[in-house]
Design a protein around this ligand. Structure first.
Ligand code: PXG
Length: 445
C-alpha cells in the first residue's frame, strides 16, 4: 500500500512552503528532495539511493518504513481517528503510558503526552514551576539551562536553551528569571576523547555558583540534555551529570533531562538516565517514541512530582495544561507498534553492542584534513572541522552536500558533522558512511 512518490516539482512549485531551519532561497534554487524510504535508506525524487546516517532527524530509530507501524497507524485511523483526552480518555493512550512507564528509569512512571520535543520541554518547565507552587515553594520560579543547549523552539525552550542564533531575534521575549550553566565542550582539554571525556566534571560546580548568586529558594529546576545533539554533540564529562544530581538534591531543585535525542536507545539503554546511572525528576522525549512516523512527545515525571499535584478537591483540575492531541490515538498506536519492534529486536540496547564499531568509525577520521575533534557515545558521533577563515560553517556545509551527492545523509551544524544512524545500522553501513565522509572531507579541504 505504498503511496506513489510524487513527481519532482518545478522550482516555481517550491515557493509556498516556508521551510524550517533552512536557507530557503539556496535550497529552492537547488532542492534536495526525498521521496521514499525503507530500512537504512531514502530515495530521492529522481531515484538516487541515500544511506541515512542520521535516522531522518535523530528519530527513525528502528529504520524506515516499518510495516508494523504503518499497519498500526492505518488500523487505528480506521477504528477511531481522534478522541479527546480532556475529561475523556481512550484505552490505547493509557496502555501506551503503562508501556512507557515499564521502560523508564525507576520511579519516573507518570507520563504526560505532547506532540513534539519543543512541547515536551515547555510542558516539563511548566510542571516544574507548578510543582514548586503546589508544594508551597512558590518563590522557586527560576530555571537554569546551559550554554549551547537546545530545547526546541517554544519560548520556554528557547529561554533555557543556549544557541545564540535561535535566541537573539527574540531576545526581548525570553522567559524572565533564567540563567545558564557553561557548556561542557573543551577541545583544548578533551580533543579526540573516545566516549565520555575525562576532563570537566568540575563544570557542574558552576551550579553551586549560580545557587550562591540567586539563592536556592528562587530556583525551580535545572534542565540539560545528557548529550547535547543540535549544538554539535557535546558530551558530559565523566562524573558531570552525577555531580549535577547531587547539587540539585542538596538544594531541593528539580533536575530535568531533555532526552529528545538520547531517549529510545540512542546510547545503548532506553534512556541516557539509565546509561549514565543518574535519575532526574523529569525526562522530556519525542522523536524515537513513534520512530518519527507520527508526531508525538512524552514527559516522564517522578511519583514525587506527580503526587504533589494530586491533592485538593478531587473535582479540581490539577494541572492547567495540555494539547488537543495529547495521547492522540493514531500517534499512540504508532508508539505501541514502535515499542513492540524495539523490544522484539532488542533495539533499545543495540547501540551498546555497536558503540565500539561506531567509535572506530568516527575515530578513523583523525588524520583527515582540518579535523579538530572527534566525539562519540553509543550511536552518536561527531566530526568537528576547523572553520575556514572568515567563513564559518561553509566547510561543514560543503561536506554535508558532498556526502549527499555521494549518497549519504549526514547532519551539519556549523562546521560539525553529526552522525546518528538508525539503531538497525550494520557495520557495513558504518564503513560506507566513513568512506563517503572521508572523501567529502578531503574534497572540502
Ligand atoms: N530538545 C532536544 C534535546 C532536541 O534535540 C527538541 C527538544 C525539539 O524537538 P522538536 O520535536 O520540537 O523539534 C530537540 C529537537 C539537529 C536537530 O539536527 C535536532 C533537533 C531538531 C531538528 C534538528 O541536531 N532536535
Amino acid at each position: 500500500m505504498n503511496a506513489k512518490p510524487s513527481a519532482t516539482p518545478a522550482p516555481s512549485e517550491l515557493q509556498s512552503f516556508w521551510m524550517p531551519f533552512t536557507a530557503n532561497r539556496q535550497f529552492k534554487a537547488n532542492p534536495r528532495l526525498l521521496a521514499r524510504a525503507q530500512g537504512m535508506h531514502y530515495w530521492t525524487a529522481d531515484g538516487r539511493e541515500i544511506l541515512d546516517a542520521v535516522a531522518g532527524l535523530w528519530c527513525v530509530n528502528a529504520g524506515h518504513g516499518r510495516r508494523e507501524i504503518t499497519e498500526a497507524i492505518a488500523a487505528q485511523a480506521a477504528t477511531m481517528d481522534f478522541a479527546p483526552t480532556f475529561q475523556m480518555g481512550h484505552p490505547i493512550a493509557f496502555e501506551l503510558a503503562n508501556r512507557l512507564a515499564a521502560i523508564a528509569p525507576p520511579g519516573l512512571d507518570r507520563v504526560f503526552f505532547t506532540n513534539s520535543g519543543s512541547e515536551s520541554v515547555d510542558t516539563a518547565l511548566k510542571i516544574a514551576l507548578a510543582y514548586q507552587r503546589a508544594r508551597g515553594q512558590a518563590s522557586r520560579t527560576r530555571l537554569i539551562g546551559r550554554e549551547r543547549g537546545y530545547h526546541g523552539v517554544g519560548f520556554g525552550g528557547l529561554s533555557v536553551g543556549g544557541i545564540v542564533n535561535n535566541r537573539k531575534f527574540f531576545a526581548a521575549s525570553m522567559v524572565p528569571g533564567v540563567d545558564h550553566l557553561p557548556h561542557t565542550l573543551s577541545i583544548e582539554h578533551n580533543a579526540f576523547s573516545r566516549g565520555l571525556p575525562a576532563w570537566g566534571a568540575h563544570l557542574a560546580n558552576e551550579l553551586e555558583r549560580l545557587i550562591a548568586l540567586h539563592d536556592a529558594s528562587t530556583i525551580a529546576a535545572v534542565i540539560v540534555e545528557p548529550i547535547s545533539g543540535s549544538a554539535g554533540v557535546l558530551l558530559p564529562p565523566v562524573g558531570y551529570l552525577k555531580r549535577l544530581r547531587e547539587i540539585c538534591d542538596k538544594h531541593d531543585i528539580l533536575l530535568i533531562f531533555d532526552e529528545v535525542i538520547t531517549g529510545f536507545g540512542r546510547i545503548g539503554k532506553p534512556f541516557a538516565a539509565q546509561a549514565f546511572e543518574v535519575t532526574p525528576d523529569l525526562i522530556t522525549t519525542a522523536k524515537g517514541l513513534t520512530n518519527g512516523a507520527v508526531p508525538m512527545g512524552a514527559v516522564f515525571a517522578s511519583r514525587k512530582v506527580y503526587d504533589a499535584f494530586m491533592q485538593g478537591p478531587e473535582h479540581a483540575i490539577e494541572l492547567f495544561h495540555g494539547y488537543t492531541y495529547s495521547g492522540h490515538p493514531i500517534a499512540s498506536a504508532a508508539a505501541l507498534a514502535t515499542l513492540d519492534i524495539y523490544a522484539r529486536e532488542g533495539l533499545l540496547t543495540r547501540a551498546a553492542d555497536l558503540a565500539p564499531a561506531m567509535e572506530s568509525t568516527v575515530h578513523g577520521m583523525k588524520d583527515l584534513p582540518h579535523v579538530i575533534d572527534l566525539r562519540n557515545c553509543g550511536l552518536i558521533g561527531a566530526i568537528e572541522l576547523e572553520p575556514r577563515p572568515n567563513r564559518p560553517g561553509t566547510r561543514g556545509y560543503d561536506v554535508f552536500l558532498k556526502c549527499f551527492e555521494r549518497g549519504v545523509l549526514v547532519r551539519q551544524t556549523g562546521d560539525i558533522i553529526a552522525l546518528s544512524p538508525p539503531l538497525i545500522v550494520e557495520p557495513a553501513d558504518l564503513a560506507r558512511i566513513a568512506e563517503v565522509l572521508a572523501e567529502a572531507i578531503r574534497e572540502a579541504a
